[in-house]
Design a protein around this ligand. Structure first.
Ligand code: ATP
Length: 232
């Protein structure tokens, strides 16, 4: 079914909550809802979860979080290619996308940089209207994870309660979170964080994003490799 769609791609579930440093509130919120798509949750009287809006600074873990939702809840993750959707007949494209996503439910539908999707285009406002109505009324277990970098250009009706279950602001990491992020990326590269003075690095990297912290480690590894020694 996915192969028939020009706008949807399957994203493999290779990121878990353990791969995200910081973002404690968001991780706790997700863990609390781990069984939210189960029959037990329906029998309890809970509605299907609608979606999550992640707003914030670039390179701080919004995409990672979208992937972690799907892995944690053990449902497939579909990424919507919004640029492609708007290159073609957007209204029709959105209708097809919704139909496919609903037929594969329960799924997570990830809409990256949603602010670029529905604004500025001539057809944008009409398609945007259809999207909002669907978000408001949908009964199928399609959990939408929308991410956005630019707050100011977002129309307020998108963020009104009832469309998304929660809105999180993903900020630059504080010193404790920077420490966690550095540890995670060292472990990913088979280095024991205990062997490094990470606190010193975390303290010196105020206002660095997660992506920049990862690059510090990558750059240091290139330096060490060129010098013919292990990472210091
Ligand atoms: P963008 O808006 O640029 O897409 P983003 O917030 O979606 O940014 P990610 O794609 O999640 O950012 O982060 C980029 C990379 O930086 C990640 O693949 C990861 O390696 C690293 N990274 C960013 N934030 C974190 C974090 N909180 N914990 C661990 N790694 C992180």
């Amino acid at each position: 079914m996915l192969r028939k769609s020009r706008y949807l791609e399957f994203v493999p579930p290779d990121i878990g909550v353990g791969d995200i440093g910081g973002l404690g509130n968001l991780k706790e919120w997700l863990i609390q809802r781990s069984a939210a798509f189960s029959d037990k949750a329906r029998a309890y009287g809970l509605p299907e979860p609608k979606g999550l809006f992640l707003l914030g600074v670039q390179g701080c873990g919004k995409s990672l979080s979208a992937k972690a939702v799907a892995a944690l809840w053990q449902v497939p993750l579909l990424r919507l290619d919004v640029a492609a959707l708007f290159e073609g007949r957007a209204e029709e494209g959105l209708r097809d996308t919704i139909r496919i996503a609903e037929s594969l439910a329960p799924v997570v539908l990830w809409i990256d940089e949603i602010e670029k999707a529905f604004l500025g285009e001539a057809s944008g406002s009409r398609v945007f209207g259809s999207f909002l109505t669907w978000m408001q009324e949908k009964k199928a277990a399609v959990f939408v994870v929308a991410t956005a970098n630019e707050v100011r250009s977002l129309p307020p009706e998108l963020l009104r309660k009832g469309r998304f279950d929660e809105i999180f602001f993903v900020d630059l990491p504080n010193v404790h979170e920077r420490l966690e992020i550095l540890e995670i990326h060292l472990r990913h590269r088979s280095r024991d964080p205990e062997h490094f003075d990470l606190l010193a690095i975390a303290e010196e990297t105020e206002r660095h994003s997660g992506a920049e912290l990862e690059q510090i480690i990558v750059a240091a590894m290139f330096l060490s490799f060129a010098a013919g020694r292990d990472l210091q």
